[in-house]
Design a protein around this ligand. Structure first.
Ligand SMILES: Nc1ncnc2c1ncn2[C@@H]1O[C@H](COP(=O)(O)OP(=O)(O)OP(=O)(O)O)[C@@H](O)[C@H]1O
Ligand SMILES: Nc1ccn([C@@H]2O[C@H](COP(=O)(O)O)[C@@H](O)[C@H]2O)c(=O)n1
Length: 419
């Protein structure tokens, strides 16, 4: 019954479907209608003679949805014929926060019955909606067919709708669910996620126990707190170590050392859970900062900027222009997290960063395509870093020699923190 209620066109009339056919272009947006539109252009240029399907998760539980969505991609990649392309799809209410339901769109060039068999199995056993798409008639119009399970094990078409073009929304759909899915703006919101994971991820209990014992930090510290941020291999470790020595400071990191035993475990989890883990890491580090900054200046290797910038850049699909505008609330600082005195972001050209990575023995075997996708991702991380406020970061040119970078940073610290 619930499925029937959800599937009615009335329920979906305010929703738009977005399919990412190509990360360098806008998604294709379409909606459902009872009658065809006069502009039935949807899919015409991107689909040849292929069968198409879509799947999306049906569950009211955020954790279950996140876990299932992550696992679904792996399952589909393993079980579907290799000629089947799996694309990301979102169903959302244009410009309405927290309205996104994630799914996948399949382009199947296999011409075999294997895909329908796999999807039928999924429909029977998992919390998913499955639809197929057909193009027919003289004017080659697309229609969507919602599948349903019958008692004797067959799949039937429950409802059929016309696929009509939809306007490009002001906000890219991937920006609508950032708050409390990818970025957490209070201790409580991040804590709640791990609390809800205790039964499915037993390690959450140990993390929560550590977090429960965290030191509480005051809003103001006696000595300055300087955070060093930047992409990997921009020189954070090199600089934080020399800076600590030069200033007689204490060096801290986020996530803190005490979370190391669980970091790799949470890195395998979907963004909702992984990001909640890193968010809690910042609160643990904040407790240590509060303690240490009573006696000496504190240098911190990565903190909130890293947590938010990486999360936003990963969540936002496609082009740099899809990032939320500067000034958006997603770039705000959590009200209950200790604010540092100064945040410096080390910036490097991608060529020099790649050179340093290669000297360190990484990224040698990356394919061109992967490098390109990485380039776009890193551009988004740097842009997000620069848009985060409260405090905003100051960009430092990290290309000179280690000693020149240190001298440049010492000058900045003296100027901004009067050290
Ligand atoms: N100013 C510099 N000029 C040239 N090489 C540098 C400079 N700073 C650091 N390096 C070298 O670049 C590599 C990366 O530096 P480092 O490990 O300090 O970066 P990182 O930002 O801490 O990296 P990650 O985040 O991946 O741990 C190292 O091999 C280091 O010796
Ligand atoms: N405060 C932090 C620190 C790190 N992260 C996440 O970890 C990754 C980078 O860490 P490295 O140790 O490899 O430099 C990156 O994916 C960040 O998402 C974080 O979220 N918050």
């Amino acid at each position: 019954m619930a499925r029937r209620m959800m599937s009615r066109l009335g329920q979906w009339s305010s929703y738009v479907f977005a399919v990412d056919f190509d990360t360098n272009s806008d998604p294709i947006y379409f909606a459902l209608a009872s009658k065809q539109s006069e502009r039935p252009q949807v899919f015409r240029n991107v689909l040849a003679d292929e069968m198409c399907y879509s799947l999306h998760v049906q569950s009211d539980d955020k954790i279950e949805r996140a876990k299932f969505y992550g696992g679904l991609k792996k399952k589909l990649s393993k079980e579907l014929p290799p000629e089947c392309t799996i694309l990301e799809m979102s169903i959302f209410q244009p410009n309405v926060k927290d309205s996104v339901i994630k799914g996948y769109f399949l382009k199947d060039a296999s011409k075999s019955s294997a895909t329908e068999r796999v999807l039928g199995e999924l429909l029977r056993n998992d919390p998913v909606y499955v639809c197929s798409y057909l193009c027919g008639g003289e004017d080659r119009q697309w229609s969507q067919h919602l599948w349903s399970n019958t008692e004797d094990g067959w799949v039937e078409v429950l409802e059929k709708y016309c696929v009509v073009p939809a306007e490009k929304p002001v906000h890219h759909p991937s920006t609508l669910n950032i708050i409390n899915y990818d970025v957490f703006y209070s201790f409580e919101d991040a804590y709640k996620v791990l609390q809800q994971c205790v039964d499915i991820i037993p390690e959450s209990k140990a993390v929560l126990e550590l977090v429960d014992q965290r030191l509480k930090s005051k809003e103001k510290t006696d000595f300055p707190v300087i955070v060093i941020e930047g992409l990997d291999a921009t020189g954070k470790t090199t600089l934080t170590e020399s800076l600590t020595e030069a200033l007689g400071a204490t060096l801290l990191k986020s996530p803190p050392q005490c979370l190391s035993p669980w970091r790799a475990r949470f890195d395998t989890e979907p963004p909702l859970i992984r990001r909640a883990f890193y968010a809690l890491g910042n609160y643990l580090t904040a407790g240590q900062i509060g303690q240490e900054a009573r006696q000496a200046p504190v240098i911190v290797d990565r903190y909130w900027h890293s947590t938010a910038a990486y999360a936003i850049a990963t969540a936002v699909g496609g082009k740099l222009g899809n990032l939320p505008q500067a000034g958006s609330e997603v770039y705000g600082w959590p009200g209950d997290l200790l604010r540092p005195s100064l945040v410096l972001m080390l910036s490097l050209s991608s060529q020099e960063r790649m050179r340093r990575l290669q000297v360190r023995g990484q990224d040698k075997t990356m394919e061109e395509e992967e490098l390109e996708a990485n380039h776009l991702f890193r551009q988004k991380v740097e842009e997000a870093y620069q848009r985060i406020e409260g405090p905003a970061c100051v960009t430092v040119d990290a290309s000179p020699s280690p000693d020149q970078v240190l001298q440049q940073v010492l000058l900045l610290i003296r100027e901004k923190c009067h050290l």
